[in-house]
Design a protein around this ligand. Structure first.
Ligand code: FES
Ligand SMILES: [Fe+2]
Length: 389
């Protein structure tokens, strides 16, 4: 995030605090509850946003050196992603070309060759079929035509992107836009170190999980013992970048900056920048670490989601205090899993009762307005209706 933008956001938060106001979308919107439970919609979302849309599968730090790999099976197409011997990021369909078995079962590791668990056809981390046992018995096979199926893969701004379709279009400039791309470069996410991961399984529609990241109105009540002691509630900034957005959540320590020269201001002392990347990513930029959250739907159960949480630290922070990461992952779980997603599961109960046909997004919840109208437009649905006074 560029310096002048950090200062603009900090000043805006101070103004909100001083004037007792918050971001204001100007209107309230009605959101139909069926978007959280309709099986047809769940299937359309799955096809449109997951099976046929570029996916962030991690950050550069997840493939820290040549020969490392990660796998991902959360969006319908099993992916094997590698860093080859030249350091290049590659992605393949994680399926053996012999009889179609899932090739690599581990979530991550270091391996230059991948031997299938069924009959041991073996592939390089560049996707080539390099060995077929007993080929004289099996019959001749043209190895050059039976490598792993490559997928579009791009490593940029410290993120790993994959398209689940072999002929899919993957243009990260288009996905982020220039402003956000430059902001990400300024963060130097490519320097981060992977320090762990977690998985939360929740009885909530995946969008209810996204919704909990979309406002700070709930901080004083829901997070009264966790976030509220060090964050102001109902104070935030909100900026859109095409289909994506950034929220600035206000730390109480912002007050310490008031007497310091502006050139010393660092947004991470004043606020928590939280980026939403369409369709399912929330990126939290904490003072010494970054937490990447990916929320996936269950296409067969609109009321269930799986969230992959990945933790990254700056090399300096790790050197200073190697144990701080444990605290980050514990605290993140206590807030996001045990409070936000617990409440999202209670929202799901309300949705599933089918008593109310809509919920309300307030004027101080602009991220929800933007996010819901964005995915609705992508599905060809009309924008949300305004609440008339
Ligand atoms: S299915 Fe992979 S080697 Fe046979
Ligand atoms: Fe929350």
């Amino acid at each position: 995030m560029k310096n002048e933008e950090q200062i603009r956001v900090i000043e805006l938060l101070m103004k909100h605090l001083d004037e007792g106001v918050n971001v204001d979308a100007g209107v309230q919107l009605k959101n139909p509850t069926e978007v959280y439970r309709c099986p047809d919609m769940a299937m359309r979302e799955w096809e449109t946003f997951f099976r046929n849309h570029p996916q962030v599968i991690g950050m550069s730090a997840d493939l820290p050196e040549p020969g490392t790999f990660i796998t991902c099976s959360d969006f319908g197409v099993p992916v094997l992603a590698t860093r080859d011997q030249t350091g290049a990021f590659r992605a393949f369909v994680n399926i053996c070309r012999h009889r179609g078995v899932l090739l690599e079962g581990e979530a991550r590791g270091k391996r230059a060759r991948f031997a299938c668990p069924f009959h041991a056809w073996t592939y390089s981390n560049e996707g080539e079929l390099v060995a077929v046992p007993k080929e004289d018995h099996f019959g001749a096979i043209d190895k050059s035509c039976h490598g792993l199926t490559p997928l579009p893969a791009v490593e940029k701004h410290g993120f790993l992107w994959v398209h689940p379709k072999p002929d899919g279009k993957l243009d990260t400039d288009e996905l982020l836009g220039q402003e956000l791309a430059e902001e990400f470069d300024a963060w130097r996410f490519d320097r981060m170190v992977s320090v762990g991961s977690d998985t939360y399984e929740t009885k909530m529609n995946w969008k209810l999980g996204i919704d909990t990241f979309g406002e700070t109105y709930h901080f004083k009540r829901l997070h009264k013992n966790t976030l509220a002691p060090f964050m102001y509630g109902n104070v935030q900034t909100y900026d859109r970048f095409g289909r994506n957005h950034r929220m600035g959540l206000c730390f109480r320590s912002i007050d310490e900056l008031r007497n310091e020269p502006r050139e010393n201001w660092d947004i991470r002392r004043a606020a928590l920048p939280v980026y939403y990347l369409f369709p399912n990513v929330q990126l939290n930029v904490l003072p010494r670490s970054v937490v990447l959250v990916r929320i996936y739907p269950d296409p067969d159960d609109a009321g269930r989601a799986v969230s992959r949480i990945s933790f990254y630290a700056s090399p300096e922070a790790l050197k200073e205090d190697p144990d701080f990461v444990k605290t980050t992952s514990t605290t993140f779980g206590e807030v996001i899993r045990d409070e936000d997603f617990e409440i999202a599961a209670l929202s799901q109960l309300g949705v599933d009762s089918r008593i109310h046909d809509h919920v309300i997004f307030g004027r101080n919840e602009p991220a929800l307005h933007h996010y819901h109208n964005t995915y609705r437009a992508a599905l060809g649905l009309p924008p949300l209706e305004e609440v008339k006074a």
